[in-house]
Design a protein around this ligand. Structure first.
Ligand code: NDP
Length: 294
């Protein structure tokens, strides 16, 4: 193996420690305990697991978890009323509505009702627009996580040839914009892209978020490139054992790349910490304080 492994767990642990000390500083100096409201509707097992780990992480860094678990039959009006109350509550610095929502609820209507200043998932169109126009914004957690991992390898992205494979509103689009704001030269590939392997081979920085297990092959990767694999895919081998793999064929890619994130242990552990970073930024901005040093 030639590639340096970008250790998301270790980088996340360092960042969590910084968030914790900045949170304690905010509390000691200004009496502010950032509060994160996490709203779960229904009993989706994966969502429950995410929500539990988010609340645990919030407590660990000295923030206040505010958990709301609503029944699966909750109507849209009821959820909108809860968001309205959270928007108005000064103890709430950040609001996260766990997706997916049940079918009777219009997801965009709910996400768009969150106060943009408390939109720690960064999904509100105002934050997307602010990111696009280079204004301070709450940026979706996974792109924030990816940038921190990339910065552990590249102190500057100025002029670097970057390819973003995937263009979802949660990962691909905002990450492409984040890289552009760092003055990388950014291309975006998707299902209509012709000759994807050729595009990949030109990229010094290859970011992949497509949800296709081990789709990107080793011989698509430019020697020495940095590879950020956002994908989380569960696959089952011949013996019926299941495991999690990324969107990149790690074993092949690690022989060619200069640096690569593993799956699991790369982007995943960083994403929750990025939520804490966003909550801390939101709390400071709401109090009229300068941004924290994380
Ligand atoms: P979406 O399904 O919303 O978007 C997938 C994107 O990839 C689309 O833009 C699609 O193109 C593109 N795409 C799909 N297949 C191909 C292909 N064969 N070639 C080129 N482009 C393709 O997924 P998400 O962005 O939400 O998630 C992507 C992956 O990242 C998933 O595995 C998800 O589990 C994971 N993830 C991981 C997180 C983490 O914390 N590590 C957080 C969020 C997601 P088109 O627009 O043309 O349809």
């Amino acid at each position: 193996m030639t590639a340096k492994i970008i250790d998301g767990k270790a980088i996340a642990a360092n960042l969590r420690a910084s968030v914790k000390s900045e949170t304690h500083r905010l509390t000691a100096a200004h009496g502010i305990v950032p509060g994160l409201a996490v709203v779960l509707v229904g009993d989706n097992a994966a969502s429950k697991t995410y929500v539990t780990s988010k609340s645990r992480a919030v407590v660990e860094v000295g923030m206040r978890p505010l958990d709301y678990h609503l029944p699966a039959a909750t109507g849209e009006a009821e959820l909108l009323a809860l968001v309205k109350a959270l928007n108005a509550d000064p103890a709430v610095s950040g609001i996260l509505v766990q997706l997916p929502l049940p079918p009777q609820i219009h997801t965009a209507r709910v996400l768009n009702s969150i106060d943009p200043e408390k939109d720690v998932d960064g999904f509100h169109p105002l934050n997307a627009g602010r990111l696009m126009t280079g204004l301070p914004a709450l940026v979706p957690c996974t792109p924030v996580a990816c940038l921190k991992l990339i910065k552990s390898v590249h102190s500057s992205l100025v002029g670097i040839d970057a390819l973003m494979v995937g263009r979802s509103h949660i990962v691909g689009n905002p990450l492409a914009q984040v890289l552009l704001n760092e003055n990388a030269t950014v291309s975006v590939a998707h299902t209509h892209t012709r000759n994807l392997p050729d595009y990949c081979r030109r990229a010094e920085l290859l970011c992949v978020a497509i949800g296709c297990a081990e789709f990107i092959r080793g011989d698509w990767i430019k020697p020495g490139a940095t590879v950020i694999d956002v994908g989380i895919n569960r696959v089952t081998d011949g013996s019926g054992k299941s495991r999690i793999v990324g969107d990149v064929n790690f074993a092949e890619a690690a022989e060619v790349a200069g640096a690569i994130t593993p799956v699991p242990g790369g982007v995943g552990p960083m994403t929750i910490v990025s939520l804490l970073v966003n909550t801390l930024h939101a709390a400071c901005a709401q109090a009229g304080l300068p941004p924290p040093a994380v």
